[in-house]
Design a protein. Structure first.
Length: 322
């Protein structure tokens, strides 16, 4: 592990003050929550930083109610027994392994770095292919997935919680040196494998909030992964609705692009002319056509795309659509 200085603020004000001071002095840093992603990356010398600010001791970050989930909430505590929405509990139970879920947090999952098999490798491996644009070690290396351009990284967002929170209409509260702001989770992600999201320098995610009607929604999350015991999603599809009300139907996906997203256009096209028995296959096919996986995760993009249709059908049938 490359050496770094660990900061342990005990309040929001102290966290933003440390962040501001580091920015002013030109020092780079990462936020750390459970560390289950960022620290393995550091061990592989993937964009390590000289400073790391932990959010663990900030009381508001550990606060949980039925509607508000602090960013430091452990995935292992997202269970129905704790009053968590059943869809969020289901999605959390499918993330990584039980051991990882005991350290991994909601904020870390939503702010997860994008992934790519040319990038999530050891330093020696990456040196052997002469690096890549996202971690170029100062060489100006090219992107390995879409070569001959050094402007876009198409690394894949492979977090499981995001499509589920999005489908339930969640908002996120972001705190930074310029103050705080609350935005819909659907507006949080940015179609750029390096920038990833709209967090500004020194800003962190404090909490995610569900709307008052979230518990009226039934949902189902379907995930494709290599090993059921712990792998990242290769594709993930969520469907939610207020039982029997087709106009409330929402579908969201993950692990198929640099961002998770809501498939509003495809759902709108079919909801008004829904025909029992025939619409589910048509809508599932429309979702398949709308996703654009690239060749940078464990399974081939064509296969992941085909499975999207199956996952969408299963999710729709699970929530009771006919
Ligand atoms: C073997 C293995 C399997 C995994 N499988 C899955 C899987 O199936 N599904 C899945 O979704 N993930 C998976 N993960 C990834 C990871 O463990 C989880 O996504 C976890 O929830 C990340 O949370 P964390 O608290 O450990 O994040 P950290 O590692 O602490 O942080 C992750 C990133 O988010 C940033 N960050 C953390 N908190 C905040 C915040 N509040 N505000 C702003 N930025 C923040 C950090 O700077 C870092 O860039 C897996 C990891 C491993 C090692
Ligand atoms: S998509 Fe390209 S730039 Fe991004 S991590 Fe992969 S190879 Fe590197």
């Amino acid at each position: 592990m490359p050496p770094f200085i660990l900061h342990h603020p005990v309040s929001i004000a102290e966290a933003t003050q440390i962040a501001s001071e580091l920015i002013e002095s030109g020092e780079d840093f990462d936020w750390v929550a459970g560390g289950t992603d960022v620290l393995p990356n550091y061990k592989w010398r993937i964009n390590p930083k000289p400073h790391v600010i932990s959010l663990a001791k900030i009381p508001e970050a550990n606060h949980v109610t039925q509607y508000e989930i602090g960013c430091m909430t452990k995935l292992s505590s997202l269970t129905e027994e704790n009053g968590v929405h059943p869809l969020i509990a289901e999605a959390a139970s499918k993330i990584a392994s039980s051991l990882i879920r005991k350290s991994a947090t909601v904020g870390g999952n939503l702010c997860l770095d994008t992934r790519c098999f040319w990038y999530n490798q050891s330093e020696d491996w990456r040196r052997s292919i002469d690096w890549c644009h996202k971690a170029d070690c100062g060489t100006g290396a090219d992107c390995r997935v879409i070569p001959n351009q050094n402007t876009l990284c198409v690394a894949t967002y492979q977090g499981d919680l995001a499509p589920n929170f999005m489908a339930l209409g969640a908002t996120v509260t972001l705190i930074g040196p310029q103050g705080d702001r609350t935005i819909p989770l659907t507006e949080f992600y940015q179609l750029d494998g390096m920038k990833k999201n709209v967090l500004q320098p020194g800003e962190f995610m404090l909490k995610v909030t569900l709307p008052q009607d979230a518990y009226e929604y039934d949902g189902s999350y379907q995930k494709l992964r290599l090993r059921e015991s712990w792998d990242f999603p290769e594709a993930g599809i969520t469907a939610v609705w207020k039982k029997g009300d087709y106009s409330s139907l929402k579908i969201a996906s993950t692990a198929l692009e640099s961002i998770p997203k809501i498939h509003g256009e495809q759902v709108d096209e079919f909801v008004e002319k829904w025909e029992k028995g025939s619409t589910i296959p048509l809508l599932s096919e429309a979702i398949r056509r709308s996703v654009k996986p690239v060749n940078n995760t464990a399974l081939p993009p064509n296969y992941r795309r085909s499975v999207v249709r199956v996952l969408a059908k299963r999710a729709l049938k699970n929530i009771g659509c006919e």
